[in-house]
Ligand binder design. Structure first.
Ligand code: NDP
Ligand code: MG
Length: 389
């Protein structure tokens, strides 16, 4: 029986993780749940799974949650610092990091410091501070098992292999809803359109990142740190069917891939149960129904976020942190129709060129760079013609 803390339990990954728990009551027990502002869903989840504690990070929601769970065995805590505390509890075996954005970094570091097993969905944590996170994890013997489907695929391909024999990893990308489109079309697309992903149902931020290909850019950086790769060992290929979740090419030319129907519950349960596999009744991949698996070169010229992410990865230091912060601000603005689709790349590039470069950042430097980048990006967003700030 594994006791789990699910940070970000009200999100797309968090709710699917709870589906996995509900389907496997003999394997998992919920110890902690956390949400930011969706108090109604957090309360409902607490009533169903009776965790030892819930954390509502938005302090304004504390009273509502506290009142609703009065008389239940569940403790109610509030604020980001409460997350740092609960992940250290002895009663927690696995921490599922499913908070979105830079906001997930602090609790991931706290879980690492406590030497916990971490099932990590929050890719921004590794994009922002991957070097620091992986160094600390090695020092504290904290295992990080990826939840992101591409990284779960690579992780699964590497089981039983010597990492020294890896030539390169090949991240697959669906291409998102605008695959094949050019700038003259993209200039006018709106959030409602970009939110229609062809293969996956996910939170709003990652869905926009998938449409701009920033998601694949962030995943390159995530892979670099998770698997200790050099920049030139990371390749991206567009594979619109999302059946091959990613691949590893070895030094003898052999390529391993991991495949399956696109369903995030599979990498979630793999990370939660590793090294076990959990049998389930989900629909199987039937190759007779997959008449074609196709591959094509990603369009770095049109989807400039992918090129910018690669550039930030190669620049290293605080550049990926700046890229991530600018992207978070601009995705938020795009979702409110305050900046255009293509403008996001222009403004990310400007932010990358505005924030002071730091080659070997400390945690404090990352926090400062994140704040500085957000200010620049907000300023650029305000100057957008669409902006109503
Ligand atoms: P959602 O937006 O659906 O959920 C985000 C969760 O984080 C919610 O529980 C939300 O709480 C909480 N949260 C938001 N802001 C804060 C904050 N400032 N402090 C604390 N908690 C906060 O996101 P997803 O589930 O889609 O994604 C989560 C992470 O997993 C992301 O990093 C994403 O890149 C990654 N990922 C997601 C995939 C997917 O299929 N969805 C696939 C691969 C990776 P509340 O609901 O109360 O606002
Ligand atoms: Mg992914």
């Amino acid at each position: 029986m594994k006791r789990i803390a699910i940070l970000g339990s009200t999100g797309s990954i968090g709710t699917q993780a709870l589906d996995v728990v509900a389907a496997n009551p003999n394997l998992f027990q919920v110890e902690v749940l956390s949400a930011h502002s969706n108090s109604a869903l957090l309360i409902e989840q607490a009533r169903k799974f009776t965790p030892n504690a819930v954390v509502v990070t938005d302090e304004a929601r504390y009273a509502t949650v506290k009142d609703a769970l009065q008389g239940t065995p569940t403790k109610v805590l509030s604020g980001s610092s409460a997350l740092d505390e609960v992940v250290q509890w002895e009663t927690v075996d696995v921490v599922l990091g499913a908070i979105v954005g830079f906001a997930g970094l602090r609790s991931t570091l706290a879980a690492i410091n406590a030497g916990k097993r971490i099932a990590l969905a929050n890719k921004e944590t590794l994009v922002v501070a991957g070097e620091l996170v992986m160094r600390l994890a090695a020092e504290k013997h904290a295992e990080i098992i990826p939840v992101d489907s591409e990284h779960s695929a690579i992780f699964q391909c590497l089981v039983g292999e010597n990492p020294a024999n890896v030539d390169k990893v090949i991240l697959t990308a669906s291409g998102g809803p605008f695959l094949g489109r050019k700038s003259n079309y993209l200039v006018n697309v709106k959030a409602s359109h970009a939110l229609q992903h062809p293969n996956w149902t996910m939170g709003a931020k990652i869905t926009i990142d998938s449409a701009t290909l920033m998601n694949k850019g962030l995943e390159m950086i995530e892979a670099k740190w998770l698997f200790g790769l050099k920049d030139e060992q990371i390749d991206v290929i567009v594979h619109p069917q999302s059946i091959i979740h990613s691949m590893v090419q070895f030094n003898d030319g052999s390529v391993k891939s991991q495949m399956g129907l696109p369903d995030m519950k599979l990498p979630i349960q793999y990370a939660m149960a590793y090294p076990q596999r959990i049998a389930n009744p989900y629909k199987r991949l039937d190759f007779r129904e997959q008449s074609k698996l196709t591959f094509e070169q990603a369009d770095y010229k049109t989807f400039r976020n992918l090129a910018l992410a690669r550039e930030a990865m190669e620049r290293a230091g605080n550049a990926p942190c700046v890229l991530n912060a600018a992207n978070e601000v601009l995705v938020h603005a795009f979702l409110q129709n305050k900046v255009g689709f293509l403008e996001m790349s222009d403004m990310i590039e400007k932010t990358l060129n505005s924030v002071t470069f730091i080659e070997h950042p400390t945690l404090e430097d990352y926090q400062k760079s994140d704040a500085e980048a957000r200010e620049y990006a907000q300023e650029y967003a305000r100057k957008s013609q669409l902006s109503m700030y």
